[in-house]
Design a protein around this ligand. Structure first.
Ligand code: NAD
Length: 481
């Protein structure tokens, strides 16, 4: 049991103003495993003041790109030293299977920081070009200012790193607002920030619920909000930022299609398809959760997927043999059970799973569930379930597959599973989605833009495109000749 009374402001752990605590509850045991302060508006004021001071007066925004890159590298190294501790903490908080959380939760985070350390060294932050009259114009990419990073619980450190990397590379200062469900893993991050020796106030970290989080988003001292979470919350945050003309990046939900083509090699594709659909217990924004399957291979695909899912070991997220751990919270488990009911009532058939496993007496478990004979208009095909639940939709001909894939409010991820990768790439290019893979379960490439079409978001993270939202252009026009 971890008890914390502090938040991270101005380069050190300081006592929170909070009278109430956030209980972090194990999804394995349903027991409280930690308590942290539920940060108050006064805590947010202090964090914003520290970030403001570090931006307006501090040396950090004027550090050279190389110095900023070195700072990011030091943060990455400090996190690497704490990898196992962080992986254990996150798996305890959100049910992410420990066997994969070192890679998915921690290595991914340090990798994205390393990508931004590299980018900071080579990015053209400052250039002089010839203007219309031949005069020199210095074009600067100036840091956007004080950023609020509001993150979810499913890949908490990775999402933070996707924001901290570019923010630091740009010269911004940040207030990280962690999700209440995963309010413990920010503590090793705070230690790592101290060890990275960044100037006080450059990074500030606290956890809070909805109201205080919204207070941070609205705060006059915040110049930019970078949000990752549900589409409902993103729409609310986007409205606030629109009203305030505040810069805003939104990384939201998805209902991504995995398109299986006729010439697929099932032996190699199915294990990867299941990985792309069920990683992190299906609690992944870009997970492929709608599989579109040609009628000519329909039974074969459904049988192979169902066999793979039925063989998955469900159990405590801290057991190294576990492939599917519990979902994050009772609220989430109940919501998923509601989707399972809705699917059955709508006439979808269950190939495997379909409820909570009887073997687990405690914890918020859901059996890996495969629905087939699903129509794309059913609720289970349209809404993000965010658990170990996949649906299979039959199609006739590639044109119909493309139309079904695009018939979604979302456009975040996706995949094409096929014999000819070159043809798969042609199909992929016709899907209205931010990232799509062909014959690989790798959902994100950190050197390439990641983000959503449609209701999956606005803006991009990763790669140089993910740096742009933390920069403002400034043109300094000088007399000719
Ligand atoms: P959520 O929207 O409930 O919460 C996300 C964060 O926003 C949390 O820190 C929460 O405390 C905060 N928040 C909630 N209401 C707020 C408000 N009114 N103002 C300001 N902050 C507020 O999402 P969640 O349940 O934590 O995360 C799951 C969702 O995140 C899924 O929809 C998933 O697809 C999405 N997600 C998207 C990406 C991506 O990159 N596109 C990555 C991971 C998760």
């Amino acid at each position: 049991m971890q008890e914390q009374s502090q938040i991270f402001v101005g380069g050190k752990l300081v006592k929170s103003d909070a009278k109430t605590r956030i209980d972090v509850i194990s999804p394995n045991t349903e027991e409280v495993i930690g308590r942290v302060p539920d940060a108050t508006p006064a805590d947010v004021d202090r964090a914003v003041a520290a970030a403001r001071e570090a931006f307006d007066k501090g040396p950090f925004p004027r550090w050279s790109p190389e110095e900023r890159a070195d700072g990011i590298s030091r943060l990455s190294e400090a996190l690497k030293k704490r990898s196992q501790e962080i992986a254990n903490t996150i798996s305890s908080e959100n049910g992410s299977p420990i066997a994969s959380s070192l890679g998915l939760q921690v290595l991914s985070s340090t990798m994205v920081l390393d990508v931004y350390a590299g980018l900071a060294r080579e990015f053209p932050f400052d250039e002089t070009r010839k203007g219309l009259m031949g005069q020199p114009v210095r074009v600067r990419r100036a840091p956007v200012g004080v950023c609020a990073a509001v993150v979810p619980w499913n890949v908490p450190l990775y999402v933070m790193a996707m924001k901290l990397g570019p923010a630091l590379a740009a010269g911004c200062t940040v207030i990280v607002k962690a999700a209440p469900e995963t309010a413990l893993d920010p503590y090793p991050l705070m230690e790592a920030i101290q060890e990275a020796n960044l100037p006080p106030g450059v990074l500030n970290v606290l956890s809070a619920g909805r109201e205080t989080s919204e207070y941070l988003v609205k705060h006059a001292g915040v110049d930019k909000v970078s949000f990752t979470g549900s589409t409902a919350t993103g729409s609310r945050i986007g409205a606030i930022c629109g009203e305030q003309v505040k810069r805003c990046t939104l990384e939201l939900g998805g209902k991504s299609a995995g398109i299986v083509l006729e010439d697929v090699n099932l032996a190699s594709a199915v294990p990867q398809m299941l990985g792309a659909g069920l990683m992190n217990n299906g609690q992944a924004c870009a997970a492929q959760t709608r599989f579109l399957v040609p009628r000519s291979r329909y039974k074969e695909v459904v049988d192979a997927m169902a066999a793979g899912m039925a063989a998955m070991k469900v159990g405590s997220s801290l057991d190294p043999a576990t492939q599917i751990g519990p979902v994050v919270a009772k609220r989430q488990r109940d919501k998923i059970l509601g989707y399972l009911d809705a699917g059955k009532k709508a006439g979808a058939k269950v190939a495997t799973g379909g409820g909570a496993p009887k073997s687990e007496k405690k914890g918020w478990f859901i059996e890996p569930t495969l629905f087939y004979d699903v129509d794309n208009q059913m609720k289970i095909a349209r809404e993000e379930i965010f658990g170990p639940v996949l649906v299979v939709i039959p199609y006739d001909g590639e044109e119909e597959a493309i139309a079904i894939a695009n018939d979604s409010d979302y456009g975040l991820g996706g995949g094409v599973w096929c014999g000819s990768t070159a043809h798969g790439v042609e199909v992929a290019a016709r899907i209205r989605t931010g990232t799509i893979t062909v014959n690989t379960a790798m959902l994100v490439d950190m050197k390439s833009p990641f983000g959503g079409f449609k209701k999956s978001g606005i803006g991009r993270e990763c790669g140089p495109e993910g740096l742009a939202p933390y920069l403002e252009y400034q043109s300094i026009i000088q007399p000719a000749g």
